[in-house]
Design a protein around this ligand. Structure first.
Ligand code: F6R
Length: 242
């Protein structure tokens, strides 16, 4: 198996390992195209990237594509991923806002928005380094179990378990959007290099299935076994079943 597995003690060391990889990527290629995730997992990475920036790291030539956005939430909605990225990274580093891409969850024609997003990624020359978290059900991006490996950016009906997992960010579970736009499995697999991060015991089953299970659409992250350059950065709790 081509996966490079790094097991570290806890969330902070997971964040430090992943941030180091992102740092190296941008040092080697200042105009890198990064694929970014939201949620709890990458928060420590973004914090460290802001610290690196405060010590001189330059983001001015970096381009970013986020994995996903909720349908119906605009950039000002507190739980939109555009807002999340603004708060945790974009407003705190010298990235050019015109080079930060996130699917538009308010697009009238969602199908056209998906095609536009894939085209933007293509025009940028593809993603150099993709950061991924993993859902407790094994999803990557919002590619829920059953998503075809050939999928490009598409509109997703979120799984019940994902709605439950993400309800913690909303006032109540009925406020969690039921749909999202997500980069597809194929879009993710086209990234030149991938980091999959996971922290905590709630991710242990998904990590086990992704790494040692059969490659199956039932566990979207298992497709990563077929990618030539994946680094798994997991803390001990998430790695406890490996
Ligand atoms: C977020 C995303 C999701 C999350 C996953 C884990 O952009 O694409 O796949 O990475 O749901 O979420 P957390 O990190 O909140 O446990």
């Amino acid at each position: 198996m081509a996966m490079n597995i790094v097991v570290v003690a806890n969330f902070d060391s997971m964040s430090a390992e992943a941030a180091k990889i992102v740092y190296g990527q941008i040092m080697r290629k200042p105009n890198s195209v990064l694929g970014l995730a939201t949620g709890s997992t990458p928060l420590g990475v973004y914090k460290l990237l802001v610290e690196y920036h405060n010590r001189g790291m330059d983001f001015s030539r970096v381009t970013t594509f986020n994995l996903d956005e909720y349908v119906g939430l605009g950039p000002d909605h507190p739980q939109s991923y555009r807002r999340y990225m603004h708060e945790h990274l974009f407003s705190k580093v010298n990235i050019n806002p015109e080079r930060t891409f996130i699917p538009n969850g308010l697009a009238e024609d969602l199908e056209a928005e998906c095609r536009r997003y894939d085209e933007l990624i293509r025009q940028a020359g593809g993603i150099d380094l993709q950061i991924l978290g993993i859902g407790t059900n094994g999803h990557i991006g919002f590619n829920e179990p059953g998503t075809e490996f050939g999928s490009t950016t598409h509109v997703v009906d979120l799984a019940e378990s994902t709605i439950r997992d993400n309800a913690r960010f909303f006032e109540s579970i009925d406020q969690v959007p039921t749909r999202a736009i997500s980069m597809g499995i194929k879009s993710i697999m086209q990234a030149k290099e991938i980091i999959l991060m996971a922290s905590g015991g709630s991710k242990a089953d998904a990590i086990y299935a992704a790494v040692h299970g059969p490659v199956t659409t039932a566990v979207p992250a298992s497709v990563l076994q077929l990618h030539p350059s994946v680094t798994l950065v997991v803390d001990q709790a998430a790695a406890s079943k490996l």
